[in-house]
Design a protein around this ligand. Sequence first.
Ligand SMILES: O=C(O)[C@H](O)[C@@H](O)[C@H](O)[C@H](O)COP(=O)(O)O
Length: 232
Amino acid sequence: MTSKENTFENGAALATTLAATVAAALSAAVAARGEASIAVSGGSTPKAFFDALSREALDWEKVTVTLVDERFVPADNPRSNHLLVATHLLKNAAAKARFLPLFSAADSAEEAAERATEAAAALAQPFDVVVLGMGNDGHTASFFPGGNHLAEALDLSLPRRVMTMEAEGAGETRLTFSFSGLQDARLLVLHIEGAEKKAVLDKALAGKDEAEMPVRAVLNRAASPVEIYWAP
Ligand SMILES: O=C(O)[C@H](O)[C@@H](O)[C@H](O)[C@H](O)COP(=O)(O)O
């Protein structure tokens, strides 16, 4: 599918516009189907976007927020994406939203992934909104180069699910939605900032090898158009 680049003068302008666009998509979903779902990424990039989105007026109590991926740590761990979203997004108007965590205090990451898959199956599919980030190694979600389950994660013949991923660049064991669970979102966004990530994006757009740069799966094979949001 195609990708469209939306360029902004700075991160604040990007955050304001992306928050308004996402809020409109969530409101349209609630109007059409009585509920909405959004999966967001962790990391440092989305904080300003989360803050702006938290202030958008919509029927947040009908919106389920979940994570594209999660580190296999409890919500009180500083590395937790649940903690990041609880701190920066689930506040102000958005405090009324439902939250679906990927982490649970299971005996193993595999068991936590199975639990999260079951919980996510209760959500209407596809996601209304998915907001992806990208690392300088070309990963997105927890689709890391060299990931132990990367091929399965990117295999569209496999069902949407939450699965585990381990990779040199990932730190802790990760829990991540599969590509099949993310790629058909009604609004599919790739949010990156800075010159270095723009260079990484341009390299990704210029090639096909998904093992080298897993974000290429999103750029080249997503069923939905990819809205790229970038600011210097
Ligand atoms: O759990 C995570 O870390 C994210 O889901 C990950 O995919 C993130 O989007 C990129 O690593 C970019 O992170 P930064 O925004 O911090 O550069």
